[in-house]
Write a protein that binds this ligand. Sequence first.
Ligand SMILES: Cc1ncc(COP(=O)(O)O)c(C=O)c1O
Length: 395
Amino acid sequence: MSTANLRPAFPGVGRRTFLDSASIGLVSTAARDAIAAFLARAEHDPQGAHHGDAFARARAAAAALIGATPETIALIPSTSLALNIAADAIPLAAGDNVVTTDLEFMSVVVPWVEKARVAGAEIRVARHRDGRIAPDDVIALMDGRTRAVTLSAVQWTNGFRMDVAPIGRACRDRDVPFVLDAIQQIGVVPFDAVESGADFVACGGHKWLCSPAATGFAYVSRRFAERFRPSLSYVPTSRPPLASWQASWTDPAYDPIRTYELKPAAARFEQGVHHGGLGATGLAASLALLLEAGPAAVWDRARSLADRVAGGVATLGLAVVSPLEPAARSGITVFATGRGPAGDLAVKEGLAAAGVDVNVRYTSGVGGVRVSTHAYNDEDDVDRFLDALRPLLAA
Ligand SMILES: Cc1ncc(COP(=O)(O)O)c(C=O)c1O
């Protein structure tokens, strides 16, 4: 399949001009059909192996997309939950510190702020410079009391993509866990978990992965899984104490009060229901679609459309907020209307009335009107957006 064949898998593109994958993206027909088939089966065969099969397919596809192995993938239904699980597992004491940046989506820092307050620890913040975070500014904040570094691969209010590998290396050298939010990168810009050097990578399915909400995964390095324990445990995070769980359930002498050994690797961090393959089956189907199209081809397509957006708004006399150097590009292109946040919101509303979906996002003084281009978009989408934008600027 090429990216040209991707568009038919998203019938939503025929109804509106959808340029908002960075918020909640379109779900593919592949995901819808897989979920429908799963539900149809539940009507007559609710207990089959299809739950486990769906989990296995989702883990394998997620691993293939980020250059990892299925054992390093934990299925976790949101980025925010995954980031919480990581933060919860890492001990923090008085005098310790956690390093982050001032551009982060709140889910990246929320788990740490309260934890640091209770522990008497410090949150150290690398400040952006013109919407960019320099890896060296993050590394410079680390010292012998740094217990974690946590930030995003691609920033949500300007699409800035960061070279996280130097931070990954610095964390390895100092034996500090590196927790990375990659929801705004994976699925549109190729991402290699091992090259990133991150120990824990969180990614929800509902943006660039074209999957339903309440799906997602985390990559968990072997080192992280060996060193840290989740504070919540349930049956699938443990090894069966007998030959299998089935053996335990059918043994009249089984005493449930005993020591349960955690599963090795990423599986120990999964949370939720183990007979709930519904979301996983949708995630697996959309990931298969992206893998078939090819991550490099997906990015080529999305990037050329992002460049068309940037070029188009610049031609209309607007300032592009997103850093435009190729290494910092992502599927997000943000521009300023020059009329402040209220003007940006008015433009968003005007575009919505014309059938074009974009969004407005700001943090720490960085942001504007956010236009997202995925590989299922095309040049006509971008041109319709520009045509709808032109009269709004004259108003
Ligand atoms: C960078 C970033 N992280 C996390 C989230 C939230 O993800 P989830 O809904 O999967 O918790 C968002 C959503 O806007 C985001 O932009």
